[in-house]
Design a protein around this ligand. Structure first.
Ligand SMILES: Nc1nc2c(ncn2[C@@H]2O[C@H](COP(=O)(O)OP(=O)(O)O)[C@@H](O)[C@H]2O)c(=O)[nH]1
Ligand SMILES: [Mg+2]
Length: 297
């Protein structure tokens, strides 16, 4: 079990389980010859486990097998777990927690925020959302609808405003109301990538300096269906804004859930949630052991 209580078993992983998990599991049923190892390697790569990560897994597997008499599939699962960092998200009541959400356009940020709000509201947290995507027309309306549906407080500005102004107000409001959790929505597209990064750097700084006592967590949303592209996005963001954890959205829409393993290994950043659909409850807190068990069960 993870740090959180599991609701259900990664239902959104069906596609990955069928095309990746079952294939590999079947390979492990035969004698582990060189030919089988090569096939495992191929299947890992086909499921968006990067070449580097695949080679690392296979190398460790060979080493472990020499000194370990456990079932090969168990050794294999264990290696995957070991290369993924642990879930490090620690939202606690009785203090202000801030989740700063960012990522490129269309990855699912706003939907994710609604899911997170519901997830924590169901656990008794008091929540404020900040509508700091002030660039795209319709963005404020979209988050307003979600906030109402979930039944949480939203700080937004009417008319033209700057994201920094919304964040200032949202922090004041969250502190004044003694909220447990403030979740900040941001834009995913400005004029260009450089612009977006600069804006996010600014917002990050405001959050850090204006809410010094808060527990702040920078959450990057990545779309699992974009595969290796997601990895590139994560690299770009992490060069400029610290990333504490990753929300991997749309895992229901891909058969290549191996991207979770790649991201975790190559960036050394934990995946802390996955999005498993478009509805409010389509969210799973991430536990690497459960994840690996679910794929290969
Ligand atoms: N299948 C699936 N769709 C998702 C998921 N999360 C978000 N979406 C969809 O992705 C699209 C973009 O979402 P949105 O929240 O507006 O993205 P944003 O631009 O990053 O804020 C919408 O159609 C969402 O319903 C998910 O976990 N699974
Ligand atoms: Mg949005």
């Amino acid at each position: 079990m993870g740090i959180f209580k599991r609701k259900h078993k990664y239902e959104g992983l069906e596609k990955t389980k069928k095309s990746f998990g079952e294939k590999i599991k079947n390979l492990f049923k035969s004698d582990i010859t060189e030919e089988i190892i090569e096939k495992i390697e191929e299947d890992l790569i086909l499921s968006d486990v990067s070449v580097d990560t695949t080679l690392k897994i296979i190398k460790r597997f060979r080493e472990e097998r020499k000194k370990n008499s456990r079932e090969p599939i168990e050794i294999f699962k264990n290696i995957i777990e070991e290369i993924m960092p642990d879930n490090n998200l620690k939202i606690e009541k009785g203090r202000l927690n801030i989740i700063f959400v960012f990522g490129v356009n269309g990855v699912g940020k706003t939907t994710t925020i609604a899911k997170l709000a519901k997830f924590y509201k169901d656990q008794g947290f008091s929540i404020t959302l900040a509508a700091a995507d002030t660039y795209r027309s319709g963005a404020v309306d979209q988050i307003s609808v979600w906030a109402e549906r979930v039944g949480v407080h939203l700080v937004k500005h009417e008319g033209k405003s700057k994201p920094s102004a919304v964040i200032f107000d949202a922090i004041d409001s969250a502190i004044a109301r003694e909220r447990d959790l403030l979740i900040v929505d941001t834009a995913g597209r400005l004029h260009n990538r450089e612009n977006l990064i600069q804006e996010l750097e600014k917002l990050n700084k405001i959050l850090k300096t204006k809410a010094q006592d808060a527990y702040k967590y920078n959450l990057l949303v990545l779309d699992a269906t974009t595969g290796q592209n997601a990895l590139q996005q994560a690299k770009t963001f992490s060069e400029h804004i610290g990333i504490d954890g990753i929300f991997l959205s749309k895992i229901d829409s891909t058969a290549k859930g191996g991207i979770a393993i790649t991201i975790a290994n190559e960036l050394k950043i934990p995946v802390v949630f996955v999005g498993t659909g478009e509805k409010l409850d389509d969210i799973e807190d991430f536990d690497k052991k459960d994840f690996v068990e679910s794929i290969f069960e």
